[in-house]
Design a protein around this ligand. Structure first.
Ligand code: ARG
Ligand code: ASP
Length: 728
């Protein structure tokens, strides 16, 4: 009998351990791996799963490899080079800002699409860059040289940052490259990235939003999906094939390597991998961190964004110009909002906090079982618990401040005048410097008001500050907001109206008039401006009241996480740990796969043009289908881009582990050929940034054949197709 209980206990322990391993030790699909280490960590498994190439084909510094065809596109996406003339693919939502900047009501490339007929017509995009990894190197030893166990965090920081400066300097000596050293495994490892940054990137083509953003924010984060989320750019360089600022003399870039495109299509269980730049994941954090994110931060963000989206969405539905002006802002706010809703559901469904607590109990047992590990790791979990509990109020205040206090456009815009104030305050400042800043403010003002509507902003302002001062105690929000209660009887609308009426920053004319007549002493007028004054007070509150309270814990959390990460790896010496995402180049691999989102529902792994026709609704903005596309559909004019089943495939799902930043990433087959462009994840899997579930987490890609079909048959840009290397 006794033995039986023991066995049962052992069995349950085994089950818990099993559950834990699925989180902390990557299942075959989970993981974002370092390209440099694929050979030792992943190659064998990848090949066993069907990969026909070697790690060297993906990452090599001795000869051209796939890595030479992958770039960071702009500040937060991935792109891939698909021709020997620097032609590049990324997502429509990644190119969106560049497409929007070239758009107006007269020639609206967002609505109508844009296709350059030749290279002369390709549009330069000032400020847009592409960053390519030249090489990476493990520099942990050099970074940690001189670091002692008994150092304080700030002493350690200082040594590390000095070492990093030297490493970076040496790495790029006598080259035009730039260098970056990033922390991996929460400060346990460091890698040097040597990058080449291209500064002349031009817009080549984009489908109309009815294709590139089909389904809009309604379908965002959802499967089944039918979005043709791609756009086309080209990298230009000087005559020596080196990065250069825009010039008419620049020529298309000749890459070391570019991606071949496969028209074979995908089948369930096919091996596939994604090669790109995942931004941030937190799989190894404590249950208390997950609790804070999902129970404190996410609900506040969701509630406040709900409100903002309602107001902006209504306005967009009433007016075409407003839709054009606000669709990008709306998409940005909605994207996080919807992800966090999905994330919270997923964490709940996985019972993630409990699962993590069980793991933490196991961890403590392990840590306390040897004097050495006990001395080193014994108190970690308790300390996490204490810190997160002490942090609660401050985190709450911080989240409200970020989401409500910093949201209204007028405040962000006013805040961008800070530099002008600061240089004007100093008597000795050179007049030329001030003139230059004034000119740059004039340009920024022109840009800002292109996509701005003061009525909408007033409404958002009033609604958000209402939530801000209602949900928080007066001591927890900036004192200046007490005015709303004392002078406006709590009426945030009246307060907002007055502020917008008095501020120059609510109107383009007022701002430009002011800037045109600017003199150094006029900075006083900015300081007195109610919008500037308010945002300054909010900033001060943040830096003086909120930040110090979270910062001291954040520093301790960093060092605790460093220990905890090391300990988790030590506890499981055979485990294969991938580093948390940190916007460095990674490989995620898995299979083309379907999934079961909920009871009795089975989602297939691909969608077709058929589904676009099913979703069509001319009355709903997100579901309007272009006439030309309908025509191609009715004549079944798919050419060589049709699947062997005769239909036009649009998107597909796979079990590659991805996150924000992976948008635009190449999705490749077993032969390293391009089969799709990654652009999203499924809603049921959005908790993967905190806990990955192989049964539920899928990345969503546009089928490359749909891309080519749109470029070729829909847009008639056959010259681009001719540039690519297409494998039938
Ligand atoms: N959810 C995707 C990602 O996180 C796509 C976002 C852009 N698309 C949109 N409809 N807002 O970035
Ligand atoms: N849509 C995301 C991006 O823009 C990708 C993701 O979160 O899965 O990077």
């Amino acid at each position: 009998m006794k033995k039986n209980i023991k066995m049962k206990k052992a069995f349950y322990l085994f089950l818990t351990l099993l559950a834990c391993t699925t989180i902390f030790k990557a299942s075959a699909d989970e993981g974002m791996w370092i390209p440099l280490l694929l050979g030792e960590n992943n190659e064998a498994e990848m090949q066993a799963m069907g990969f026909n190439l070697t790690a060297e084909d993906i990452y090599s510094i001795n000869h051209g490899s796939l890595k030479d065809a992958v770039v960071i596109f702009g500040g937060g996406c991935t792109g891939e080079i698909v021709s020997d003339q620097g032609l590049m693919l990324t997502n429509h939502h990644c190119g969106y800002g560049s497409i929007q900047r070239h758009s107006s009501l007269e020639h609206n490339y967002l609505t109508d699409g844009f296709w350059a007929n030749n290279q002369q017509e390709e549009l330069s995009c000032p400020g847009l860059t592409c960053t390519m990894l030249v090489r990476m190197e493990d520099v942990t030893e050099k970074v940690l040289e001189g670091v002692e166990d008994n150092m304080t965090e700030s002493e350690r920081e200082e040594v590390i940052s000095n070492n990093i400066s030297i490493i970076k300097e040496e790495a790029v000596e006598d080259t035009h490259y730039s260098a970056l050293v990033k922390s991996f495994y929460y400060g346990n490892k460091f890698y040097l990235m040597v990058n080449e940054i291209f500064t002349d990137v031009r817009l080549v083509g984009a489908p109309p939003s009815n294709i590139g953003k089909f389904g809009g924010d309604t379908d965002n984060w959802m499967w089944p999906r039918h979005t043709g989320d791609f756009s086309v750019f080209r990298i230009y360089v000087d005559q020596d094939n080196n990065p250069a600022e825009y010039s008419e003399d620049n020529v298309p870039y000749t890459p070391k390597s570019f991606m071949e495109i496969s028209l074979k299509g995908v089948e369930k269980d096919d091996f596939t991998f994604v090669f790109g730049y995942p931004g941030r994941t937190q799989e190894y954090v404590s249950s208390y961190a997950v609790e804070t994110i999902t129970q404190i931060e996410n609900p506040i963000r969701i509630k406040i964004r709900d409100k903002a989206l309602n107001i902006i969405g209504n306005a967009m539905n009433q007016d075409e110009l407003t839709r054009l002006q606000y669709s990008s802002k709306y998409a940005g706010i909605a994207n996080g909002w919807k992800k966090w809703i999905g994330e919270n559901k997923g964490i709940k469904r996985l019972n993630a906090i409990e699962v993590k607590k069980e793991y933490e109990a196991e961890f403590e047992k392990w840590a306390n079982s040897h004097p050495e590990t006990e001395a080193m790791y014994g108190g970690i979990i308790n300390r996490f618990e204490e810190i997160y509990s002490e942090l609660k109020t401050s985190r709450r205040n911080q989240t409200y401040l970020f989401e409500a206090g910093f949201r209204p456009d007028i405040l962000r815009f006013a805040s961008s005048f800070r530099n002008l104030v600061e240089i004007s305050e100093v008597k000795e400042t050179d007049i030329a410097e001030i003139d230059e800043e004034v000119q740059s403010r004039i340009n920024a003002t022109e840009n800002h008001f292109k996509n701005y509507n003061a009525d909408i902003d007033t409404e958002v302002f009033a609604a958000l500050f209402k939530i801000y001062i209602t949900d928080l105690k007066a001591a927890d929000y900036p004192a200046i907001l007490n005015d709303i209660n004392t002078k406006y009887n709590g009426d945030t609308e009246a307060y907002a109206n007055e502020l917008f009426r008095k501020s120059i920053f609510s109107s383009k004319k007022k701002t430009i008039d002011f800037l045109k007549k600017y003199k150094q002493s006029k900075y006083k007028k900015i300081i007195k401006d109610p919008a500037y004054n308010l945002i300054s007070a909010i900033r001060n509150h943040y830096f003086q009241q909120v930040l110090p309270k979270v910062e001291k814990y954040d520093i301790e959390l960093d060092s605790l996480m460093r220990l905890y990460m090391r300990a988790q790896m030590e506890m499981d010496p055979d485990g294969r740990f991938y580093p948390e995402a940190n916007f460095t180049l990674r490989v995620g691999y898995g299979k083309i796969d379907d999934y079961l989102p909920r009871d009795a529902v089975h989602y297939g792994y691909f969608t077709t043009l058929e589904g676009i026709m099913e979703k069509e609704d001319p009355a709903i903005f997100d579901y309007v289908v272009e006439d030309k596309l309908k025509e191609l559909y009715s004549t079944k004019d798919y050419g060589r881009y049709a699947d062997k089943d005769g239909s036009m495939h649009v998107c597909f799902t796979a079990s590659n582990h991805t996150t924000g930043g992976n948008s635009g990433s190449p999705v490749l087959n077993a032969d390293g050929q391009l089969i799709g462009i990654n652009f999203d994840r499924n809603w049921e899997g959005t908790m993967s940034d905190l806990m990955y579930d192989p049964d539920m987490c899928r990345n969503i890609s546009i089928d490359i054949r749909y891309c080519l079909f749109i470029i070729d048959k829909f847009a008639g840009a056959t010259h681009l197709i001719d540039e690519m290397k297409i494998i039938e």
